[in-house]
Design a protein around this ligand. Structure first.
Ligand code: ZN
Ligand code: ZN
Length: 286
């Protein structure tokens, strides 16, 4: 029992310590970019940020240790079954920077399709927790239901492991895509201009979170917007001014957010032949 309490305490301290640097970075960025409105913006986001902190605590204590065990076991089975498709020698012949780039690029490609899966009727109730933040900030990146965390860890890491990528490249992919994830969730109006056609901007991902029918099913990538452009899901009409959130009946409390994915009514879209909300036939100019 004492060991459990001690390891839980260490996990909480590590999680909080890991958030200090990004918190200071995004606070400085808010002061520079927003001018005087930064105080009002932070005050407005406080209730959702409090809920995000509760969800982080829940995941650090309960979800992540269980997911880590499950993923480690699953990867052990993969190795034992010979499911590593590319030999280590293939990557050893390449310069390290290229291996890291491939890991990030392939990691983002896999995450793009995993994210599209999360928007399907079966996986949406768990993913809706991430989208239910109506005052999105950099910390919204950490707002995930345990089922959503599980699918993310299993699908993303399995794909990279199956390619036989070395651990340093997988770790680099995790770090780059995680910290870049903070940036695209931050409350910034940046579209990146022309670079937005190659890289995901904060405005692009904010549109992904918009409660606007024209924004549904768009902007799935994390780092490279070229995946959305290639597969016809890119839409950035400018900085996002739309309200954010979901139409799902989900209270902003820890219990409601965690239990929603276990309610049968959350899956009613599965049994509908057609979605009630029809996509518009015309999108605004890209
Ligand atoms: Zn999403
Ligand atoms: Zn997001």
């Amino acid at each position: 029992m004492w060991d459990f309490v001690l390891s839980s305490w260490h996990a909480i301290v590590a999680a909080v310590a890991g958030l200090i640097a990004p918190a200071l970075f995004f606070l400085a960025l808010a002061i520079i970019v927003k001018g005087r409105s930064w105080v009002a913006d932070i005050k407005r986001a406080l209730p959702e940020t409090g809920l995000n902190a509760q969800i982080i605590l829940f995941n650090v204590l309960f979800s992540i240790p269980l997911i880590a065990l499950a993923v480690t076991w699953f990867h052990g089975v993969m190795k034992a079954s010979g499911l590593i498709l590319v030999p280590a020698s293939f990557w050893e012949a390449m310069p390290a920077w290229l291996v890291i780039f491939v890991a990030i690029f392939v990691g983002d490609f896999v995450a793009y399709w995993r994210h599209r899966l999360e928007h399907s009727a079966l996986f949406w109730p768990a993913h809706a927790v991430h989208h239910s933040d109506t005052e999105m900030t950099w910390l919204s990146l950490e707002r995930f239901h345990p089922i959503n965390l599980f699918t993310t860890f299993v699908i993303d890491s399995t794909a990279l492991l199956a390619l036989g990528l070395p651990p340093f490249a997988i770790i680099a992919n995790n770090i780059v895509r995680h910290y870049y994830g903070y940036l695209i969730h931050a409350d910034l109006p940046w579209t990146y201009g022309w670079f937005g056609k190659v890289f995901v901007s904060p405005a692009m991902h904010r549109w992904h979170h918009a409660a606007d029918v024209q924004a549904f099913d768009t902007n799935y990538a994390t780092v490279f917007s070229i995946f959305d452009r290639t597969f016809g899901t890119w839409r950035v009409p400018g900085p996002c001014t739309s309200p954010l959130g979901v139409t799902d009946d989900m209270e902003p409390t820890l219990a409601a957010q965690m239990l929603y994915a276990f309610k049968p009514r959350a899956y009613r879209r599965l049994f509908r032949k057609f979605r009630k909300v029809e996509k518009p036939t015309q999108h605004p100019a890209e």
